[in-house]
Design a binder for this molecule. Structure first.
Ligand SMILES: Nc1ncnc2c1ncn2[C@@H]1O[C@H](COP(=O)(O)OP(=O)(O)OP(=O)(O)O)[C@@H](O)[C@H]1O
Length: 221
């Protein structure tokens, strides 16, 4: 559970988001939406512990939080392969000698199979398409097995079949108790998959139930 009390996220004391109140229950699947520049990425970075809180506060039951950043923020020229990236998800589960346990190695292979990137295992990051890179980053997050998943526009440049494949994994993770927040701009995706939505504007943060998830007797149209 993540609980917000008049939380403002921002940089160097300058507030970017409006005040955020409310909570994200364990296992909830929330779309974070709003216009460009209203602070969605800033909020995710704050929840991931990369930025200090600007004002107010939030409480998260877990410290095991994973962030899938916007891929524009990655240095693609760094000499890493797909396998190197996915392996990183298992780092916190290394043995005392720094090796990956067998169960983690199995999970890494499973993640690459599920995301359809096994055949790209030795491909350098610089050679990947946008969608292939997103699959690799998603596989890393899946291996990490954190309680809270924060995903920042994970489907930019990603084809329809990959979106369906990754959203199926996201849905399963949420059913297994992961608390998931995803920044999205595609309202159709929000309506199709998400049970909760946090809409940011410069003035307010509003919690909404996407219309497809409102029980039908309560719907106006
Ligand atoms: N390191 C930084 N220092 C100061 N201001 C920043 C920094 N990074 C981003 N900003 C500003 O914070 C504001 C919010 O940016 P943020 O990326 O959180 O918005 P967003 O809602 O995720 O936008 P988008 O939908 O375009 O991705 C923008 O005005 C941006 O210029």
């Amino acid at each position: 559970m993540i609980h917000f009390t008049k939380l403002y996220a921002g940089y160097s004391g300058q507030r970017i988001t409006p005040a955020i109140d409310g909570s994200l229950p364990v296992g909830s699947l929330t779309a974070l939406t709003g216009d460009n520049g209203c602070g969605k990425s800033t909020l995710l970075k704050t929840l991931a512990g990369l930025l200090p809180v600007c004002a107010g506060h939030y409480h998260c039951d877990s410290t095991n939080i994973a962030l899938l950043p916007q891929h524009q923020s990655l240095d693609r020229t760094f000499p890493l392969s797909v396998k190197d990236i996915v392996n990183m998800g298992g780092w916190s589960q290394r043995t005392w000698s720094g090796r990956l346990q067998l169960k983690v190695k199995i999970r890494i292979q499973e993640a690459m199979d599920l995301t359809g990137i096994s055949e790209l295992a030795n491909t350098p990051l610089a050679y990947l398409s946008g969608g292939q890179l997103q699959r690799a980053l998603f596989a890393r997050m899946w291996v990490q097995d954190s309680d809270v998943w924060l995903l920042d526009e994970p489907f930019t440049g990603v084809d329809e079949s990959t979106i369906t494949r990754l959203m199926t994994l996201v849905g399963q993770a949420s059913e297994q108790g992961k608390t998931i927040v995803m920044v999205l701009h595609d309202e159709q995706l929000v309506r199709r998959y998400f049970t909760r939505q946090l809409v940011l504007t410069p003035q307010s943060a509003q919690w909404v139930i996407p219309i497809d998830h409102i029980p039908s007797p309560c719907r106006v149209s």
